[in-house]
Write a protein that binds this ligand. Sequence first.
Ligand SMILES: NC(=O)c1ccc[n+]([C@@H]2O[C@H](COP(=O)([O-])OP(=O)(O)OC[C@H]3O[C@@H](n4cnc5c(N)ncnc54)[C@H](O)[C@@H]3O)[C@@H](O)[C@H]2O)c1
Length: 310
Amino acid sequence: MKNIGVIGGGLIGASWAAIFSKSGFNVFVYDPFPDVFDTYKSRVTSFLEELKSIDETINVEESLNRIRENVTVEDLCSNVEFIQESAPEILSVKQELFAKLDNLAPEEVVIGSSSSAMPISSITQNLKGQHRCIITHPANPPHLIPCVEICPGENTSKKTIEKTKEIFTASGASIVNVKKEIDGFILNRLQGALLNEAMRLYSDGYASSDEIDATIRDGLGLRWAFMGPFETIDLNAPGGIKDYISRYGPIFVEMAKNQTKIPDWSEEAGEKLELERRKILGHDELEGRAKKRNQLLKSLRKVKIDNGEA
Ligand SMILES: NC(=O)c1ccc[n+]([C@@H]2O[C@H](COP(=O)([O-])OP(=O)(O)OC[C@H]3O[C@@H](n4cnc5c(N)ncnc54)[C@H](O)[C@@H]3O)[C@@H](O)[C@H]2O)c1
């Protein structure tokens, strides 16, 4: 396996190009909007530089030389063994694209989708090549957050799953195998549960958006960088997880009874939150803050690696 195709030159596609090229793969990139490539190289370069600050063995120039940007979709399909699709999160766009890729790519080519929430069977229903299609979902930014969810559909073949795992292992991913199809997979279901509760607490007036953020930023989130919810509660009672469940389980059962209301995701709620957020972070400061986020993520990855945690 030498060549990977990346479909979509946006935020996620550019990050995949950095990941696959630094891992030694040749990368072919297609996007139907050529303007994307005006800033593409500088974006991928900055991602590779961020990666290099975690792993100094990465050669940015050599990695860039392995990327062929702005190829046609036909060229891409005839040159690669694996395709990572990162087009917009719109079902009809992905369905059309997968149908095209299934027609153009030789039979042995595996096709993965970065979709944030759509089961692969909803994208590929009626396709001849359903067996070679699979979800390969990253978190943003993929080059700094190693978790990749691999979620096959009922018709995805074992061979496809194995080939996909090989590629992502070779690219340094931390693979989460999702055993059954579900919208949102694991990552966005967990994120969704937290976001939905944050929205309920906010719109019911329990705290400001920044104070809700602070409970994660200065509270739960500090632990979550190196342990998940089950390990957290395993350490939060002297006798381990079983002890925790017998002491505190009833609290969570009670809370679950009133955590069922569909939260307010309306435009008005968005406007109110927008006003609150823009007082804290101006529009012109968003990009700088995203850069700072990446800087902090890099430092965190280093700390984990230096402590044998990654
Ligand atoms: N942004 C995130 O936080 C995040 C995280 C994980 C997964 N994802 C998923 O990754 C995918 C891409 O998201 P993004 O954030 O990179 O979006 P983006 O808007 O930055 O990039 C999408 C790219 O797809 C291109 N495109 C448009 N129509 C296309 C078509 N028909 N065929 C091929 N390319 C087309 C656009 O020109 C653009 O460059 C989505 O499925 C999204 O859900 C996003």
